[in-house]
Design a protein around this ligand. Structure first.
Ligand code: ADP
Length: 357
């Protein structure tokens, strides 16, 4: 395998419950990655569909169609691309959209691919425009035009490429321009994982890391992992540290809960920042509606941090709603922080009305 630049998923999100990969994740993940489709937990639909695509290609003795995988960070897109390569018995090259700033960068990668090789392009929606246009032709005709020279004297030299399989990954397929989206033979939408699936991921990882964990311990970690295997594996490692230092190394429910209390990850997977945002919304603004900037100032964070780091999960969990009038807490938010919403007519600046059926 070949890593271009820093490898995929260099998210700057360093929180324990952040879904991007930090340095430690990148080092450990190689050991924890499922190696084939049977080992890959959950995502039944994508797995079944991909299995058909790969079997058919193998039966034809052909290179597999280009595959687009959409879904949040940490759900297994890189892992699936490696599985595709393994199932096709092909080498894999890994790079990412932000690493390809010039068409020439892409031309260099494409022209060095071997026949049948899998090219994994993470964050494909962040590729530069000229590179994207070069990719269209490469995907369709296995050919690129390399431009030599500048200005009126520039000439395009066509370059034949060996057939390859592009596996593109993006957080949302809707971010891709339609001409690019249409060139993929298959699009797999990765969903967040159910707690029972995350328990299976945790048991599997614990076996590989040689950590003893019981059923309830795994359930406790799974419930706090925000539907994301990467977070489940990371929390497992932190709980393992705690179990080694404070107990006999064995993880059960009490140990997992105590460890994650130390790391400020609550029973629903909210961390300090999430709770600060929710707490300010409830305690200072009676549950809203309140504008994003005001909320950000109240928690001493940047607008972007609140909007991009904390809110997506709070919205997904049904704890916070973004309305045209501002951010509003849902009844579940009051319950989660153990607070009582103000009575109708008192405070709350009309938020009850927003939730009346
Ligand atoms: P993405 O590319 O979507 O950000 P990765 O493929 O890098 O996610 O997966 C992150 C981590 O989660 C890896 O260590 C991988 O082992 C684990 N993982 C992801 N999906 C699964 C799965 N379905 N079963 C088991 N482990 C998984």
């Amino acid at each position: 395998m070949n890593w271009d630049e820093t490898g995929p998923d260099t998210d700057t999100d360093q929180r324990l419950v952040g879904s991007g990969a930090d340095g430690e994740d990148q080092a450990v993940e190689a050991a924890l990655r499922p190696k084939d489709l049977d080992e890959f937990v959950g995502q039944e639909k994508v797995r079944e569909q991909l299995d058909l695509v790969l079997r058919a290609a193998r039966a034809r003795g052909a290179t597999a169609d280009h595959v687009l995988l959409s879904g949040a960070p940490g759900l297994g897109k890189t892992t699936l691309s490696m599985i595709i390569a393994a199932e096709m018995n092909a080498p894999i090259r890994i790079t990412s959209g932000p690493a390809i700033q010039h068409a020439g960068d892409l031309a260099a990668i494409l022209s060095s691919l071997q026949e049948g090789e899998v090219l994994f392009l993470d964050e494909i929606h962040r590729m530069s425009r000229p590179a994207e246009e070069m990719l269209y032709m490469a995907m369709e005709d296995f050919r690129v035009d390399v431009i030599v020279g500048k200005g009126p004297g520039a000439t395009a030299i066509p370059l034949e490429l060996p057939p390859f399989t592009l596996v593109g990954a993006t957080t949302r397929a809707g971010l891709l321009p339609p001409p690019l989206r249409d060139r993929f033979g298959f699009t797999g939408h990765m969903e967040f994982y159910e707690p029972a699936e995350l328990e299976r991921v945790i048991h599997r990882s614990a076996r590989l890391l040689d950590v003893e964990i019981d059923v309830e311990g795994a359930a406790e970690i799974a419930g706090r992992s925000r539907g994301t295997p990467r977070i489940a594996n990371r929390l497992l490692r932190r709980v393992r540290d705690y179990a080694q230092v404070k107990a006999d190394g064995v993880i059960n429910r009490d140990i997992a809960a105590a460890a994650l209390k130390v790391y400020e990850v609550d029973a629903r997977g909210l961390d300090r920042l999430d709770r600060a945002v929710l707490g300010a919304l409830l305690k200072l603004f009676g549950g809203g509606p309140v504008g994003l900037s005001t909320l950000a100032v109240a928690v001493g964070e940047e607008r972007e941090t609140v909007e991009e780091v904390a809110e997506p999960f709070l919205v997904r969990e049904g704890l916070l709603a973004r309305t045209p009038r501002g951010r509003v807490a849902t009844p579940a938010a009051w319950a989660h922080l153990g607070l009582v919403p103000p009575q109708q007519g008192q405070g709350g600046s009309g938020q009850q009305g927003l939730f009346r059926a």
